[in-house]
Design a protein around this ligand. Structure first.
Ligand SMILES: [Zn+2]
Length: 468
């Protein structure tokens, strides 16, 4: 999304309300979009009620960091804001209410990736999240150079738990299937009713690692008719067929790995997709290959998953440091068919292991012997689509076999979203995380199932809506 959609309200600096100023708070639930409503990335939302507010998600706009080789741990929040890689936290000045807690829904970087940069803005405030998300957040804090020494009050909750925040909010973590373990949507209970923050989920009966979407709890919320509004992601809204189960990806990977006997296999997927990594490890070992995971983010996410007993490596190795990666690749030069490598770079990201292998800055020579299994699809943004196409082209040019479609999305399709809305029965809808085309599709979908146009709110970053 470009600058053309910015409104005057964004251009004029907000009037800062000081604590000495008396503010009369209406007793309505108000949602303020801080980030993630004009783009896919940097999610951050504020929910206000009375004189209190909570913050949901502190996400990173990963795409903004892709073009160059940024070292995020050395960057300040001001630098990251200047390249639009984090939500515009200055918008918090528009929130006169006292922020009483921060909640993170799941461990993807567009939800938790800016947490180590922004957590210093919220002093003496608890941060609630599920175990895997907490592990990822703690890893970020350990890496931090600019804000070293900060110790946010992290409180770990399991999916299904409810926590109180301030005097007005009870926040319920409802477990959902997604492409990272321990994902939850958040039901924010207030005296006026519920706001459901339902970003990033799918229906999946056989998710592999991670729980199923708690359909019965969602239906219970709907039966009571107390859901004032719901925010939901529109990442894959243009698809009508239900998103398939992770089990289908497992079957496809099993077939592909089994059919490549005598050849080299390099698989790439999201480092946070623990279920997918487990499948690749299992299938590689079933074919008597040595499985080696390479890349810094592989090391980080797999480390957290191992600690929480969410992944079983058996004899698979994980290497993250550049020197170790060099050493591994030097060693396997001649015996490609005895290995299955799992590397970072599924989006073609510059600086990832796959990108460096292709560039030739790592000691690996591609040939007809090599098969690259893309166990992911490009995140639908201009930069990702371009990088991904580019790396596929370069691999094919070098003679390697490029295998696509070994993937099932972690996001709901339009049909799934319709089913979810009918289950939860929210009075108002706030589609997010997509850009204007996807948000308009969401409005069309909602109108098709009986919503009035005025009850579907297409917010821009910086805008608010009152839910009643
Ligand atoms: Zn996600």
């Amino acid at each position: 999304m470009g600058k053309h959609i910015l409104r005057n309200s964004d251009r004029n600096p907000p009037k800062i309300l000081t604590s000495s100023k008396r503010v009369k708070h209406e007793m309505t639930v108000e949602i303020t979009a801080i980030g993630g409503y004009d783009e896919i990335g940097k999610n951050m939302t504020v929910v206000s009620f009375g004189d209190e507010a909570i913050v949901i998600d502190l996400g990173l706009h990963v795409e903004k960091l892709m073009g160059e080789r940024y070292n995020i741990s050395r960057m300040s929040r001001e630098e990251l804001l200047s390249i639009e890689a984090i939500p515009d936290y200055r918008r918090l000045r528009k929130i006169p209410q006292k922020i009483v807690a921060v909640f993170i829904g799941h461990a993807h970087l567009d939800h938790v990736g800016a947490a180590s940069k922004l957590s210093g803005l919220f002093k003496n405030v608890p941060f609630y999240m599920t175990p895997f998300t907490a592990g990822v957040f703690k890893g970020q804090l350990d890496d931090e150079e600019k804000y070293k020494g900060q110790k946010p009050d992290i409180r770990i909750v399991k999916p299904g738990a409810k926590v109180s925040a301030g005097k007005s909010f009870v926040v319920e973590f409802i477990g959902v299937s997604h492409s990272v373990p321990d994902s939850a949507v958040l039901a924010i209970h207030t005296p006026k009713g519920i706001f459901l923050y339902a970003l990033d989920w799918k229906f999946d009966d056989r998710p592999g690692v991670g729980g199923k979407t708690d359909i019965s709890r969602l239906a219970q919320l709907g039966e009571k008719g107390r859901v004032l509004g719901m925010a939901f992601d529109t990442t894959r809204i243009e698809r009508s067929e239900p998103t398939g189960s992770e089990h289908y990806a497992m079957e496809k990977i099993e077939q592909a790995v089994g059919s490549l006997e005598g050849e080299g296999i390099i698989a790439t997927t999201f480092a946070s997709h623990i279920a997918r990594l487990q499948t690749l490890i299992n299938e590689g070992q079933k074919q008597k290959r040595k499985v080696i995971l390479l890349g810094r983010s592989m090391e980080k996410y797999v480390g957290v998953a191992k600690e929480l007993k969410l992944i079983s490596l058996n004899r698979a190795e994980v290497w993250g440091r550049p020197k170790s990666i060099q050493a591994v690749l030097t060693k396997i030069k001649e015996d490609k068919d005895r290995y299955l490598l799992i590397v970072t770079g599924n989006q073609g990201e510059p600086g990832s292991v796959l990108d460096r292998m292709v560039e030739g800055t790592l000691p690996y020579k591609f040939s007809k012997m090599d098969n690259i299994l893309f166990c992911s699809e490009a995140i639908p943004t201009e930069m990702n689509l371009k990088c991904r196409k580019d790396i596929e082209r370069r691999l094919k040019t070098m003679g390697a076999g490029v295998h696509l479609g070994l993937h099932v999305s972690g996001h709901a399709s339009g049909g799934d979203i319709e089913r979810f809305i009918k289950l939860v029965k929210p009075k108002k809808l706030v589609p997010t995380h997509g850009g204007i085309e996807k948000l308009l599709r969401a409005r069309k979908l909602a109108e098709g199932i009986g919503y009035k146009r005025e009850d579907v709110h297409l917010l821009h970053d910086g805008e608010s809506v009152k839910l009643g």
